[in-house]
Design a protein around this ligand. Structure first.
Ligand code: FAD
Ligand code: EPU
Length: 297
């Protein structure tokens, strides 16, 4: 395929503007409108950005391409029946609302999660009321330059975890919901909404740490007296101790410093939930398929 066929928009952008925590330097962002664009964009080493709601990015940005899916992958109207293929850039809040309107049950547990569908799958986003894995049937992945259909039970979904094949981009997913009524769906959502009511509204990336077995990170951090602790403009929220909020000018160094401080002060080991880019202990870039294909060919 010639370059002329590829319509990827490439721009150098500050990742702070594309993440909910509003931290992080620049990268070359490739916004893909079609599967062929995603194929081209993943030829060289890359990272994938969804809604940026579970990400801490280094102040210096990242050297790799950042691949994003554009508008054709973000259509909530694709949810039209209890069994539907949905683009991976579709905002989860829109899907939750649409499911309620249509009287389809299964997404109530992810109410209030500001993800895109693809990012929700990778993190298996959810609450104790349910997670995205509960309704996921199968996905189309861009993998090694090819589109592969993979069943949900092969994705290793568990608490805030997945085991996608390395180098995969989720392009779209098939969700199976259950016929119900808007009233019943709304009633189920009310319980989730109530459980979330104490969470801060300020800029954050959701809970910073996973809950350790049998306990809650928020309870442990609160009990250690750490609410309101600050490093630079990063602060442990007063409303909920597992949320780190950006008071305005927080840097990745501030945020990491605060996380380390928490880990030192809480006796139980706490595992960071956020994905980290360009930072110590963070996620490695994904390998582009081009080098391997050229090596083989
Ligand atoms: P990103 O943050 O953009 O990315 C997360 C990971 O997924 C990265 O590794 C990224 O490379 C990968 N990724 C994203 N899209 C794709 C794709 N299409 N293909 C391959 N890889 C991809 N989480 C919960 O589970 N429960 C909650 O209740 C919850 N509440 C939150 C509340 C707030 C206010 C905020 C800010 C966050 C909250 N979160 C919660 C965290 C966050 O919303 C979830 O982790 C969510 O799943 C992240 O999705 P995203 O699209 O923003 O992904
Ligand atoms: N708690 C405190 N102090 C705090 C915060 C919490 O004592 O500052 C106590 C609460 O009183 C409760 C327990 O800790 O007894 C658990 O708190 P909560 O009900 O708020 O739930 P959580 O375990 O902290 C989890 C998810 C959230 C999700 C809510 C929905 C994790 C790490 N967190 O929070 O997910 O929204 O349940 O109820 O699993 C996320 O993953 O990013 C996230 C926000």
């Amino acid at each position: 395929m010639g370059r002329a066929d590829v319509r990827v928009a490439v721009a150098r952008l500050a990742l702070a503007t594309l993440t909910t925590l509003k931290v992080g330097g620049e990268a070359e962002v490739w916004t893909c409108e079609r599967d062929d664009d995603a194929r081209e964009a993943t030829r060289e080493d890359f990272r994938v950005l969804g809604g940026g709601s579970n990400l801490l990015v280094a102040d210096g940005g990242v050297p790799e391409r950042v691949v994003r899916l554009g508008r054709p992958y973000a259509d909530v109207r694709a949810l039209a029946s209890d069994d539907a293929w949905i683009g991976a850039a579709t905002p989860l809040p829109g899907l939750v609302r649409r499911a309620r309107t249509l009287g389809l049950s299964g997404l109530e547990g992810v109410l209030g999660v500001p993800a895109q569908l693809g990012g929700a799958i990778v993190m298996n986003a959810g609450t104790r009321f349910g997670e995205i894995g509960d309704v996921l049937q199968e996905v189309d992945l861009m993998l090694d330059g090819r589109v592969e259909r993979v069943a949900a039970n092969a994705l290793g979904l568990a608490y805030r975890r997945s085991a996608l094949p390395p180098g995969a981009v989720v392009l779209r997913a098939r969700l199976k919901l259950v016929a119900s009524t808007p009233e019943r769906v709304a009633a189920a959502e009310a319980a989730v909404d109530a459980a979330r009511r104490g969470q801060p509204k300020a800029r954050s990336a959701g809970c910073a740490f996973k809950n350790p077995p049998g306990d809650a990170a928020g309870r442990l951090i609160d009990a250690a007296g750490l609410k309101g602790t600050r490093v630079g403009d990063a602060m442990i929220a007063h409303e909920h101790a597992n949320f780190v909020i950006n008071l305005g000018a927080a840097t990745a160094a501030d945020v990491l410093g605060l996380l380390r401080h928490v880990q030192e002060r809480v006796a139980v080991p706490l595992e960071i939930e956020w994905r980290r880019w360009g930072l110590p202990g963070g996620d490695a870039a994904l390998r582009g398929w081009g080098a391997a294909a050229e090596g083989a060919g």
